[in-house]
Design a protein around this ligand. Structure first.
Ligand SMILES: [Zn+2]
Length: 131
């Protein structure tokens, strides 16, 4: 196995970090772990993982297509997790504010979002963008 640094910037190898949640059948244990693994899935262009980790009620009909669309237009550079509120192992909700740097059609750009995560029957999902 090749040891490459995880794209989420944790400093761990991908196998010890987001790769565990993306490749495994086990869900990420916290909202932050899920958030980071979703960023890494964007980098790896793993559309299925992104759809599966979206709250079923939040999945739009064209979700996979819009994810693919976005992926084809941007090259992800770096993730900055700014603020984590709740979303721990004993919580059922959490919010995470982050900035994801990318190179898009207009050059270097950044996506700033505060995301809401919800846990349903022990599994964390991305629920919505709050801002
Ligand atoms: Zn990671």
């Amino acid at each position: 196995m090749k040891l490459i640094e995880c794209p989420c910037g944790s400093g761990e190898t991908i196998q010890a970090c987001c790769g565990k949640w993306i490749a495994g059948k086990k869900g990420a244990p916290t909202a932050e772990a899920l958030m980071r693994s979703r960023y890494t899935a964007y980098v790896l262009e793993d559309v299925d993982y992104l759809v599966e980790t979206t709250l079923p009620a939040s999945r739009t009909r064209d979700l996979a297509e819009s994810i693919r669309d976005w992926m084809s237009q941007v090259e992800w550079q770096k993730l900055h997790v700014l603020k984590v509120e709740a979303g721990g192992r004993s919580d059922t909700e959490g919010t995470i504010e982050f900035i994801a740097e990318f190179i898009g059609p207009e050059g270097t750009d950044r996506h700033h979002e505060c995301s809401l995560f919800k846990k349903v029957r022990g599994v964390w999902f991305y629920a919505a963008a709050l801002q």
